[in-house]
Design a protein around this ligand. Structure first.
Ligand code: PNS
Length: 166
């Protein structure tokens, strides 16, 4: 059974196998999954918006009902702009819960139509995050279990350039 559209907002700096797992699972439940790259004012991304989109595109292009979008502004404004009111977020560890709960409740207060759906992460990826992946990359660790080859290549290129854009 698949139902309607859901959007998956995030920074995706960069996409990891943890994100991919959620996207694949959501794509089996919903007719359409839209990955929306947004700004998290608490984070300073390593990759530009274009680079993050490029890595996302390369990673998810074979999943037929998944598409990409960007949005600058409040998450609830994306709901108002598109009419898609179901949001996907992943829950990895207990420490995610506080932040996610706060965000879901704040969004609900601002836009009562919104519904945030949480998928529990695959235990294999429960501790991995984009931040951890960047740290492992910076210290020369093995990235193969956590990111696709294309993302690994882009991470290593970026680090070789000292994390600076050209
Ligand atoms: O991948 P992240 O960094 O955990 O994603 C967080 C994100 C981008 C979904 C969140 O920061 C967000 O919704 N940003 C848009 C601005 C907004 O609406 N902020 C208030 C959320 S209550």
């Amino acid at each position: 059974m698949r139902k309607g559209a859901i959007f998956y907002p995030g920074t995706f700096d960069p996409i990891t196998y943890g994100h991919v797992d959620l996207i694949e699972r959501a794509s089996r439940i919903f007719d359409e999954v839209i990955i929306v790259v947004m700004k998290n004012i608490k984070k300073k991304p390593l990759f530009t918006l274009e680079e993050r989109l490029d890595m996302l595109k390369n990673t998810v292009e074979k999943i037929p009902n998944v598409s990409l979008d960007t949005h600058d502004g409040l998450l609830i404004d994306y709901v108002k702009k598109t009419g898609i009111n179901v949001v996907l977020r992943g829950l990895r560890v207990v420490s995610d819960f506080d932040y996610e709960f706060q965000m879901a409740l704040a969004n609900k207060e601002l836009c009562p139509d919104i519904e945030t759906l949480f998928l529990m992460t695959n235990p294999k990826y429960s501790f991995i995050s984009s931040s951890l992946v960047k740290e492992i990359a910076a210290m020369g660790g093995n990235l193969d279990p956590w990111v696709p080859d294309y993302v690994k290549k882009k991470l290593l290129e970026k680090l070789r350039k000292g994390g600076k854009d050209e």
